[in-house]
Ligand binder design. Structure first.
Ligand code: F6P
Length: 548
């Protein structure tokens, strides 16, 4: 239980509020004039285990030393170090579910003791990884054969939420590391179109299904898995299932009920939250696609961030700074959203992945002391890869009425330096230009000096002073990607800790699931329903007329 009920009670919260009220003319560009060392002071370089680096430039944010110090005091008063240490000690900080939050133990490649309930997890985690290594090597080498002796050419991961978004995002991001002739596909939506469109090009004899579900009870996944099994059994027989279906789950009982041999089950424990599970057996499609060695480097990249997060003092702690900035904008500037725009096509699913991480974790309105918060919590995260995003919604980011703090991500080295690296230079120039434009803006005098007159002038003005964090990596490798994800996990942790909410449950997804079950039964016949509110009744009855 936390030592305070609501974050607004903390002295530094009140101090930040009064600072905010006194600085409405705060101009970040002027801060650079006042302090020529600002870039050096407010940017931090993370060194990964393989010596590659990622530069986090926080200097274009709307902060000065006083704000930074007050945010750091807020972090101290909110006991984020204590909560962090509890997480890394395997304590049951997910209080509403009585569980430890121990995804960090999944990337413990240094194999140090990491205990839950007095039991070391290092060996158990490593055993699953060794099983994943063996299996992924067999599939990749062609040693693992289908029921007719064909090697596997297509792996279909069936899962949803954390059992889908991580593997989808990571396999897309690391496509360059994949092996020709071995494809991965992802089915998540209960919309039959998703499964049908993927299966239509596949061959039963060379397809391997990975049924990914922590609980193995999620309606969408089990229905998709059953339909995939039906498709498989149109050609093969029950005894062949063992060669074509594996389960990634915590629930051995449901796995065997489904008909999958538990020898083909890759397990993990309930201390792994769904949205934190890409590091677990849920990452098997990733290991098969990019090879186990790369998968292990992905884990090690995250482990290196864990080390930084636990060992670096707060003022230099990169995820701490990222999380505190988010609090500053969300609670004092009242920003409603946070934009993440990767300048990287391979990272095109990264914002979607972060949406679950951030919004399922911190979309809460009750504090860890069981009272409703009187302040804003989780921000609305959105994003698309740039430069595409520039040609769609960036208009609003530059000139709209809302403050949209943004993270821009770029890797200096492209995996595809085509046209003599011309594309990469253009991509990079946009990465630099966007954060510059958002901060510097364009004032009326400049607009007029460029020839605009009369009513057109205000339309061409850019207010500037819009905050961005630039994240510049050397290259998107498995290690870099692991580090980036872990960075955002810990940013999410810091936000939740300051807001004093439980970032690790997700009760808000339950009600819709329960109602859908009830309505599902009502869709079995044509009789009209009257048991809901008038709008829902009206919609269901119209659906029945048109569909049944
Ligand atoms: O409904 C939300 C959720 O529970 C997510 O938290 C989770 O990632 C997803 O569903 C899938 O759950 P499972 O892996 O148990 O199928």
């Amino acid at each position: 239980m936390s030592d305070f009920k609501l974050s607004t009670e903390l002295p530094s919260w009140k101090k930040l509020q009064s600072i905010f009220e006194s600085i409405d003319q705060f101009n970040v560009l002027e801060e650079f004039t006042k302090d020529p060392q600002r870039f050096e002071k407010y940017s931090k370089t993370f060194k990964n285990f393989d010596d590659s680096e990622i530069l986090f430039d926080f200097s274009k944010n709307l902060i000065n030393d006083e704000i930074k110090q007050s945010l750091l005091s807020l972090a101290k008063e909110a006991n984020i170090e204590k909560l962090r240490d509890e997480m890394f000690n395997g304590d049951k900080i997910n209080s509403t579910e009585g569980r430890a939050v121990y995804h960090v133990a999944l990337r413990n490649r240094s194999m140090k003791p990491m205990l839950v309930d007095g039991k070391d997890t290092a060996k158990e985690v490593d055993d699953v990884l060794q099983h994943m290594k063996e299996f992924s090597n067999q599939v990749r080498s062609g040693e693992w054969k289908g029921y007719t002796g064909e090697k596997i050419t297509d792996v279909v991961n069936i899962g949803i939420g954390g059992s889908d978004l991580g593997p989808v995002m990571v396999t897309e991001a690391l496509k360059k590391y994949s092996q020709p002739g071995l494809n991965v596909h992802f089915v998540s939506n209960i919309d039959g179109t998703h499964l049908a469109e993927i299966l239509k090009d596949l061959n039963v004899e060379s397809t391997l299904f990975l049924i990914a579900s922590k609980t193995f009870t999620t309606a969408e996944t089990i229905t998709n898995a059953n339909s995939a099994k039906d498709w498989f059994l149109t050609k093969a027989s029950e005894k062949d299932i063992a060669k074509h279906f594996a389960a990634l789950s915590t629930n051995a009982e449901e796995v065997s009920k489904f008909g999958i041999d538990t020898k083909n089950m890759f397990g993990f424990e309930n201390w792994v939250g769904g949205r934190y599970s890409v590091w677990s057996a849920i990452g098997l499609s990733v290991a098969i696609y990019i090879g186990f060695e790369n998968f292990e480097n992905f884990l090690k990249g995250a482990e290196a961030v864990d080390k930084h997060f636990t060992e670096t003092k707060l003022e230099d702690n990169i995820p701490v700074l990222g999380g505190l900035l988010s609090v500053w904008y969300n609670n004092f500037y009242k920003a409603q959203t946070h934009l993440v725009a990767p300048f990287d096509q391979y990272l095109h699913r990264f914002p979607a992945y972060l949406q679950q991480l951030s919004m399922e974790s911190n979309g809460k309105s009750v504090s860890r002391a069981n009272v409703f918060t009187n302040y804003e919590t989780g921000t609305i995260l959105f994003g698309e890869p740039a430069t595409n995003a520039q040609h769609s919604f960036f208009q609003l980011v530059h000139q709209g009425t809302k403050l949209i703090p943004a993270d821009f991500i770029l890797a200096a080295q492209s995996h595809n330096p085509i046209a003599n690296n011309l594309h990469q230079k253009m991509l990079a120039s946009n990465f630099f230009a966007q954060s510059e434009a958002l901060m510097v803006g364009k004032n009326e005098d400049k607009v007029k000096s460029e020839g605009a007159t009369g009513g057109l002038v205000p339309h061409k003005v850019f207010s500037g002073n819009r905050p961005t964090t630039s994240i510049l990596a050397q290259k998107i490798t498995p290690a870099t990607l692991g580090a980036l994800i872990a960075y955002y996990e810990h940013v999410t942790f810091v936000e939740g800790a300051v807001w004093n909410i439980n970032s690790f449950d997700q009760w808000g997804v339950e009600l819709g699931k329960v109602l859908a079950k009830v309505i599902g039964k009502e869709l079995d016949d044509k009789s009209s329903v009257e048991t809901h509110d008038p709008s829902t009744n009206g919609l269901i009855n119209q659906f029945k007329k048109w569909s049944l």
